[in-house]
Design a protein around this ligand. Structure first.
Ligand SMILES: Cc1cc2nc3c(=O)[nH]c(=O)nc-3n(C[C@H](O)[C@H](O)[C@H](O)COP(=O)(O)OP(=O)(O)OC[C@H]3O[C@@H](n4cnc5c(N)ncnc54)[C@H](O)[C@@H]3O)c2cc1C
Length: 487
């Protein structure tokens, strides 16, 4: 084997995964076909759960220190959710994808995992022991596992012949990075009476420190074939249709057409090959959910692959990547579909749709509705199917950030190991059996006992009798068992 894990594609998903594998003690080889990192801004925001994922590895502070990234308010179908603003430790924040990619690439290089560039995967074969990847350059890399993080048009997915069911795009809208003048709105969703609409979000600043905005435009007659270039006149016209003369285009930095295609791989695991990020799911970019879902795919898969390589993964562990993550992206596809419909992206002006949207907007003023929508969007409401998850309040959910005296519980996740919170100091003996994979903490604190996986999800809480089975279920056979039994 040339490497234990080959990660194909150094977008946000591939780089996050490479870091998770590094933390798990299994540094991978990470390749990308591009000779240089893309400079396109792409997705514009990080959700609460993604920020927690960075924080768990000590990366959030250094990421946010690279610039000025304002906290914002999430929206569903253009309806802002102000009551959710202070709900989580980390509010929704505008951090452009290009910043995240640059940050992760520098971090990985500093940790001895440079992105190997100009490596375009063109061939793939797998057998019982591993995967052989061939590249346009003629290079061959043999690995025990391969992860396809090679984006929505994934070569790996095609080579596998993996089913990617869903819907082809039926409309296009314009997405552009711009500087605006006049009453430049930092964040808005506006619509004219005749069905033209515009969404504006903050997108950091240009190299001279001037505010950039992500602008999305659409409406009647604006669904133009994808390959037709977007012009400045088209953007000016779209702005005029919605804002009149209040907002004007100062500079068009980059524009493209996006479609509402929605597809998801039927299976995320194909033997020794795994699909992650856009390679596994594509949809209309609303609320940066594509990038965030990919980053969280990586968080889920990293420690499991690490465990498989290091030899302690229980038989079923790698399969839980599909069972846990497939429903998450399926739900994202559904919420994006609903948002696109409610936003009337086609600008039909259908009065039935307007009536439904008005009713929805009224409902969305209710706190519980805002909380529900926030659960859907922030990643904080994701609950993985786990044994006993239905009966116990915490199991399957992201772990709360516990105050454990000198440390907070999220800091204990930095080494990428499991954490057993044992406030009553009851589990020292059983914890010894897994001490090479799980740390014990929180003795003498007034917290709830719980077992936290390396990705930050609670996998046991409550009944002490269930702890040992839970440790075995998530962390494999205790290799010191025989030794202890003998003593
Ligand atoms: C132009 C653009 C604009 C976008 N705008 C938004 C937005 O406004 N909001 C939003 O939410 N989302 C947006 N998205 C979607 C969001 O960027 C994606 O969800 C996110 O990039 C997914 O990350 P990923 O790492 O899974 O895939 P990608 O970011 O697509 O990364 C895949 C990587 O794989 C590499 N690769 C591909 N094929 C091969 C191969 N054969 N061999 C080796 N390497 C390969 C590529 O070079 C690329 O670096 C946009 C995407 C694009 C492309």
């Amino acid at each position: 084997m040339d490497t234990d894990v080959l990660v194909v594609g150094a977008g946000p998903t591939g780089m996050m995964l490479a870091n998770e594998l590094r933390v798990a003690g299994v540094p991978p080889v990470l390749v990308d076909k591009l000779p240089q990192r893309s400079t396109l801004s792409k997705a514009g925001g990080v959700q609460s759960r993604t920020q927690e994922a960075f924080d768990q590895r000590g990366l959030l502070e250094p990421l946010l220190a690279t610039g000025n990234y304002p906290a914002g308010t999430a929206h569903f179908a253009g309806i802002t959710l102000p009551l959710t603003r202070d709900r989580h430790r980390h509010p929704w924040r505008s951090v452009p994808q290009v910043v995240i990619e640059g940050f992760l690439e520098r971090h990985l290089a500093a940790q001895g995992i440079p992105v190997r560039r100009s490596y375009e995967l063109t061939g793939l074969a797998q057998d019982e022991d591993g995967v052989t990847a061939t590249f346009a350059s003629g290079d061959v890399i043999r690995s025990r596992y391969l992860v396809a993080a090679d984006g929505g048009r994934s070569t790996v997915r095609s080579l596998l012949g993996a089913a990617f069911p869903g819907r082809a795009g039926t409309i296009t809208t314009v997405a552009a990075d711009v500087r605006l003048s006049g009453d430049d709105p930092a964040m808005t969703h506006a619509r004219s009476e005749d069905g033209h609409w515009a969404s504006v979000f903050p997108l950091g600043t240009d190299p001279r420190g001037r505010p950039l905005r992500r602008l999305a435009l659409g409406g009647p007659g604006r669904s133009v074939p994808r390959e037709v270039p977007v012009t400045e006149d088209e953007i000016r016209d779209g702005l005029r249709a919605v804002f009149g003369s209040r907002v004007q285009l100062l500079e068009l930095c980059y524009a493209r057409r996006i479609t509402n295609a929605a597809r998801q791989a039927a299976r995320y695991r194909h033997g020794r090959v795994f699909l992650a990020g856009d390679a596994a799911h594509v949809h209309l970019p609303i609320g940066a959910q594509g990038m965030n879902t990919g980053l969280q795919d990586a968080l889920n898969l990293g420690w499991k692959l690490g465990a498989a390589v290091r030899g302690w993964a229980p038989e079923h562990l790698l399969d839980t990547y599909h069972t846990e993550r497939h429903p998450v992206a399926a739900a994202v596809l559904r919420n994006v579909q609903a948002q696109s419909l409610l936003m009337d992206h086609q600008g039909t002006g259908d009065p039935d749709l307007t009536a439904a949207k008005d009713l929805f907007a009224a409902l969305a003023r209710l706190r519980d509705v805002q909380y529900h929508l926030d659960d859907v969007l922030s990643g904080m409401g994701i609950r993985y199917p786990m044994p006993a998850a239905e009966d116990l309040p915490l199991v399957g959910l992201p772990a709360p950030d516990l105050d454990l005296g000198p440390v907070r519980s999220h800091e204990l996740l930095r080494p990428g190991r499991g954490v057993l919170i044992d406030p009553l100091d009851r589990f020292a003996k059983v914890a010894t059996l897994w001490q090479d994979r799980v740390d014990r903490a929180g003795q003498g604190t007034g917290t709830e006992p719980m077992l936290i996986r390396p990705d930050g999800y609670v996998c046991w809480a409550g009944n002490p009798d269930d702890l040992e089975p839970a440790l075995g279920h998530w962390f494999g056979e205790p290799h010191r068992r025989t030794e202890l039994d003998r003593s």
